[in-house]
Design a protein around this ligand. Structure first.
Ligand code: SAM
Length: 225
């Protein structure tokens, strides 16, 4: 069994490739924001970079996302994704995550910002029936440039806001898995709800960030993109 990079009462984090470090498969619900599959680069505007050129590992295609989803199998999953890509196999419903009002200014097309993402509800267990909440998810978070102020133009991939993640996690009982943990927002949101979570992250610098974030959680006010 691999040694965790970080562990507390609720959260266990592994450093490594989630296709090889498979402890996350022991969880009950997958809530994750995988590489986008469109070669996202931090700080890019029309081919120019304003700061450190920092991309997301395995972001050129959706191959790694799909391999992880295949490992997960036909179980309950909530997966963020780019609206330009086809939904993963087994998608039952697509929600829209509307980012904070100052998001997506860079890279606007036709006068429209890139300020929305898909959230795929995959597999069983999401419930059905009449009524329900709007399928457009909004956040009360202010975009402050990433966890602990390290995001923005030079830091990790834009994190998802805690209030949106908490709404997605709360009605889905069991242990939460995030095999593409990034800056750790899913793990933090799960812990905020008193839930257990298992994360994996490929990049050690992000594992370090997550560990620090979880250690300093009382100072985390939940900013996100
Ligand atoms: C879109 S980001 C996740 C951002 C996250 N939602 C947050 O709030 O910070 C995707 C993450 O997956 C990681 N990643 C890419 N391939 C991976 C793999 N094979 N195993 C584990 N992590 C991987 C990247 O390093 C990146 O941090």
């Amino acid at each position: 069994m691999p040694e965790p990079y970080y562990r507390d009462e609720n959260v266990t984090l592994y450093h490594g490739d989630c296709l090889e470090v498979t402890e996350w498969l022991k969880a009950d619900v997958l809530v994750t924001d995988p590489p986008y599959g469109r070669d996202w680069k931090q700080g890019e505007l029309k081919g120019h970079f304003t700061a450190n050129r920092t991309g997301i590992a395995n972001d050129a295609t959706s191959v790694v996302r799909d391999a992880a989803l295949t490992l997960w199998g036909e179980r309950q999953a909530v997966v963020f994704g780019d609206l330009m890509l086809a939904p993963p196999v087994g998608t039952k419903h697509v929600l829209i995550y509307r980012k904070p009002s100052n998001a997506g200014l860079r890279g606007a097309v036709g006068g429209y910002r890139r300020d929305a993402e898909a959230v795929y509800l995959i597999g069983p267990g999401h419930g059905s029936g009449i009524g329900g909440e709007s399928s457009v998810l909004t956040t009360g978070a202010v975009m402050m440039g990433g966890a602990l102020g390290l995001g923005g133009r030079t830091g990790p991939p834009p994190e998802k806001p805690l209030d949106v993640l908490e709404r997605l996690i709360a009605p889905r009982p069991g242990i939460i898995a995030d095999p593409f943990a990034g800056s750790g927002s899913t793990l933090v949101a799960a812990r905020n709800l008193g839930r257990k979570a298992i994360g994996v992250e490929l990049e050690e610098r992000y594992c370090e960030l997550i560990a620090r974030r979880l250690d300093q959680m009382c100072l985390d006010f939940g900013g996100g993109a």
